[in-house]
Design a protein. Sequence first.
Lengths: 405, 419
Amino acid sequence: MSLFALEGVHVLDFAWVGVGPITTKYFADNGADVIRIESAARPDVLRIGPPWKDAMPGINRSQFFASFNTSKKSITLDLGKPKARDLARRLVPWADIVVESFTPKAMRMWGLDYENLRELRPDLIMLSTCMQGQTGPNALYPGFGQLMAALSGFYYISGYGPGSCTPPYGAYTDFIAPRFSAFTLLAALDYRRRTGKGQYLDMAQYEAAMQNLAPALIDYHATGRVLGPRGNASDRYAPHGAYRCADEDGNERWIAIAVADDEQWRAMLTALGAKSADPHFVNASARIENAEALDQFVGSLTRARTTQELTAKLQAAGVAAYPVENCVDIHQDDNLDAFGFWHWLEHKEMGPSPYEGLEHRMSRTPGTLRAAAPILGQDNDEIFRGMLKLSPEEIEQLKKENVIF
Amino acid sequence: MPSELLKGFRLLDLTDEKGALCGKMFADLGAEVIKVEPPGGCSTRRIPPYLDDQSDPDHCLYSLAYHAGKKSVTANLGTADGRALVADLAAQSDFLVESYALGYLDSIALGYDTLAKKNPRLIYASITPFGDTGPGKDYNWADIITWAAGGMMYLMGEEGKPPLQMSLPQAGFHAGAEASVAMMLAHYPRQLDGLGQRIVVNMQACIVWTLMNEQAMPFLHGNHLSRTGVFVGSADARRKMVYECKDGHISILVAGGTMFGSSTKALIDWMNESGFGSDWMHTKDWVSWVPGVFMKMTAQDYKEIDDLETTIQRFLLTMTKREIYAHGLKRRIFLAPVATAADIAADEQLKARDFWTQVPHDTLGRTLTFPGPYAKLSATPIGSITRAPRIGEHNDEIYRGLLGLAPDRIAKLRAAGAI
């Protein structure tokens, strides 16, 4: 058995930005052949998104793009041109799965929608993923995961209290939806194996994201209660939050602590050599009620200690605690290191670059990041010559016409 | 009806809040999902808030949401009989997902090695806060710990105030969904050679993955972000992301370049029509304006961004979220309301797509409205789901029907506290 679960699976990837490419990355890192169709006429916006090698922008210098596109091949076709669309269509019979993530009109306009493509391969499995779905009045909504995280409710539950809005970093929902789409595509692949039937998946990033907010949405519909921002307050843990520790190298440091019950509370006090006779903290419900005073008290215990000392002492005492890590810390984290999470891969233009590894490990078919992200069009010759049997002259001509572009 | 996609497959769900979404996803696709919980119910049955603040398991919103579509059996893993029942179930299952403390199930002969001897087809996933080998493998856990360890907490909040978690903790959802993907990845080769495998999901890594483009900043740009409140981006491309309006907040991506320039232009035209903005904003070529990307920010750029953001803020304060969103859609501006559950429930797009799903709850004497399927599947649609089971609701069905135990044997097990 190969070390790659999906060896022999073929994916044709018209997608761009986050959700589509992250979905197909699961396939590529697990051994499927994934061909990305890109174009210099309309490059994936992430190709010019930071960070760049040496902080210098360039179409092949973005780690933003690179992280989402490991183990894939890249060819260039300007789909605005009929000849380019013909070439793309000639690749469809090869594909088990086609993925695209444009606003819904693009693939239809190009005749590359599911109805057309299934004529080329009747058992095709195709995923269209966009912001709000293929149908409905807002189907053409243009946007990114940052906006979707606002629209689908995540921004509103991020803040210190009523009126405060301090959103999660980045395009949060771009990191929810791909697990739903990859899971479903894999199930659809198996269903096809059993039944011979392909199918079309219309996934709205919006609708996928809300799976992570289900309790709050059910509650609102039933009772009218709206979940709002409430800092780090909790109805289950007290203390619960981030507490300032001793500065290190002139930088402020924080530790996250969650105490579930009275036993842990006493263990925490003992571990930190502290005592509290304050009646406001006498039991869990009192601590939850007096969370603000409690946070001040806990902060006074952590302020002079390092995150390392606190984590060791609290964890040894049975209390959940961990440093609030920044982007430097996560690269030096012993636990991620032991998991073998980080990969330094050799990129054709960027040289050795830091990549996130897989978030799980499989014992028999582990998969891995097989290659750094491709530079734009790096596999043109292999695909157009090797797979589509075009002659070098034809390829040259198509390049001149900016079809292969 | 759930989807037919995974009909005929069985998942044994031994997770708590670190993985409840996993079984929900399998149930949505038609697998039979059997939640195994201790007598009295698993910890997810007591996560606040509760429907109507009635703090019993039947009203636990988390359980209602994430155990929907599943069946529930009880088994006391502290007894030999309880353990034998789970081993027998595992022998007849295709998938097993668990999130106990590392090594616990191994210690009671329910680990992968033991179960796979009887059922080599089994795909067995363990969800762990910090993996299974590092110094933190046995660490105590709460969702906020993973949020901190994964780097997202550091980036949320305001300078001078503590880093933040969301009001609805998220790390368990990412991990549960990751387990779903990993198990389906393992399923593909199993259909070729009949062999399952062991999977370890790393929750910390799942949150690191949500950091988007930020992880590599220290290496490539020599800096990294800290909590920036309503702003985003490093000092050389810092933008305000969240503005106030009449009844809440609006998020806007204001930028130049080919991707964003036309949106920014449309916003400025709209402000112009409404009597907001200055001459320079209307005459500027936004498509070629990309400070912080292909050109250095000049003192002039800083002044202009400041002026623009101040003007946008004044403008948006004259309208409601709903009005602004309607204009944004019409004028194709990159904006979105900071939507509340109420806004989402009223959204016309979701209604047009028939998103919301009605789930009757005879246990509560009412029908609840759930978020619908995450995708529309042409051949095997994800339809309605059944309500979350009560604790042990399917003991008879599963222990009798699947394991073939006689009623008096089940009664004995019950009396002995095994179920």
